[in-house]
Design a protein around this ligand. Structure first.
Ligand SMILES: [Zn+2]
Length: 448
């Protein structure tokens, strides 16, 4: 049995996207990468090498310090916890941290067990007199000397985020997911620095899509492998499952970027968070459907291959997509996309790759009641959607207008469909989960 100690940031996406600005997220990513980089962690535990080492079964995941204790002694566990939490708190003042100790024959098995102990470390509550709040995060008071170019007052942490983001823009140490992405794409061209620059790569020049994807029923998958561990293939996969999931996610992401990128210019994507089975990225609005379609199918393909011969059903990836004007605050869009992702997973009980989407410009920023659909449905309907997308703008707009006041099947709508030569072709859009009005909303951002 091995004793594992995981110490990391909880609610990492919320912490990262807490600020209204992309710079706040990017600087936050760089801060997390730096605080949890392997060589930095080695330095932090340097004085205790005989008692604790880095856990290389976990892979490098941003925001998590994964350790292995060489002695089964709770006092040592607590001592290491104090040192690492102290280090992280100094680097990430307002992040919520969690430490837990797990025991098992390997890391995956240990994480299936209940923690031997677990502690949550909330950020210190500021005891400064109430003053002007920071205009990036609205969580902490602004300090007298920190501000951004637009003279928005910042707290100490957001000032640090700003400085790190500017470093990244100038090509100095970047968030780990950016470095990893560029190295996997084998390009030296950096990702766009600003949401505005990303939006310029979309047909309309102003809209981007925030995509949040994560694995369905990952806990069940690891549990199934554990139950099958008497079989050699299942046991072997279980021992490296965290890395296999991370690698499948990365391969899917690289394939999805390849789908929307010519290979010469800057990759048309801003990665906010990539790690484990999580993907949070922005792409030009009219590339989102092609991107998500590839991301999901590639993840399934890669992990199915890795799972072959184990007798266990591989997991899939579900996704939420929010189309929005680039100027919208990232944290508001993040809340919306998180809600969408949850609804996609709930609708199909995490048993299948599914998608939920919303156009914040057309549908508003509060979640609307649109039925999520399966990835398989998107694959099947892609030719029909492409046909709708190929219609002249005016014809599509007229059809959308008619559908706002008339049901499908009523005379004015059917006449217009006949005029467009679509009368018999939209049969699949006559019922849930993709109604004709939704299909028109989808192809508003179809690649042309
Ligand atoms: Zn702040």
């Amino acid at each position: 049995m091995t004793v594992y100690l995981d110490i990391g940031v909880v609610y990492i996406q919320s912490w990262l996207t807490r600020t209204t600005k992309l710079r706040g997220r990017r600087g936050g990513s760089a801060m997390i990468s730096e605080a949890t980089a392997p060589d930095v962690v080695d330095g932090v535990i340097d004085g205790m090498r005989d008692k604790v080492v880095r856990n290389d079964e976990a892979g490098d995941i941003d925001g998590v310090v994964a350790l292995k204790l060489l002695v089964d002694d709770d006092d040592v566990g607590r001592q290491v916890e104090q040192i690492v939490v102290g280090h992280l708190r100094g680097k990430l003042p307002t992040a919520t941290l969690r430490a837990g100790q797990y025991i098992g024959e390997n890391y995956a098995a240990a994480r299936l067990n209940r923690a031997k102990w677990e502690n949550t470390w909330s950020p210190a509550v500021s005891d400064w007199p109430p003053g002007k709040p920071c205009e990036w995060c609205y969580s902490w008071p602004a300090t007298p000397n920190d501000a951004d170019e637009e003279n928005s007052r910042l707290c100490g942490e957001c000032a640090l985020r700003k400085a790190k983001a500017i470093d990244a823009e100038e090509g100095k140490p970047a968030p780990r997911q950016e470095k990893e992405l560029l190295s996997r794409l084998d390009t030296a061209t950096r990702v766009p620095n600003m949401m505005k620059d990303l939006a310029k790569l979309s047909g309309d020049g102003t809209h981007v899509a925030l995509i949040y994807a994560d694995g369905n029923a990952i806990g069940k998958f690891i549990g199934d492998l554990h139950r099958m561990r008497r079989e050699k293939r299942a046991r072997e996969l279980l021992e490296r499952v965290t890395k296999v999931i991370d690698e499948s996610t990365w391969q899917a992401l690289v394939a999805a970027v390849g789908e929307i990128w010519d290979g010469d210019t800057a990759p048309p994507m801003i990665p906010h968070l990539v790690g484990g089975d999580d993907v949070l990225v922005s792409v030009p609005a009219d590339q989102a459907w092609a991107f998500v379609r590839t991301l999901q199918s590639e993840f399934s393909r890669v992990i199915r291959h890795a799972t072959e011969g184990t007798g266990v059903t591989p997991p899939s990836l579900s996704a939420g997509i929010v189309f929005h004007h680039y100027i919208k605050p990232l944290h508001v869009m993040h809340d919306l996309v998180s809600t969408l992702l949850r609804s996609a997973k709930t609708e199909y009980h995490g048993a299948e790759a599914a998608i939920a989407w919303q156009d914040a410009t057309r549908d508003g920023e509060e979640p609307i009641d649109r039925t999520p659909f399966r990835h398989a449905k998107l694959e099947t309907e892609t030719p029909k959607l492409a046909e709708l997308a190929a219609l002249p703008n005016a014809a599509r707009q007229r059809l959308a207008e008619l559908l706002r006041s008339h049901e499908l099947g009523t005379k004015p709508v059917e006449q217009h469909l006949r005029r467009l030569g679509l009368a018999g072709k939209v049969a699949t859009f006559r019922e849930d989960p993709i109604l004709l009005a939704d299909a028109l909303g989808m192809v508003r951002w179809w690649r042309r």
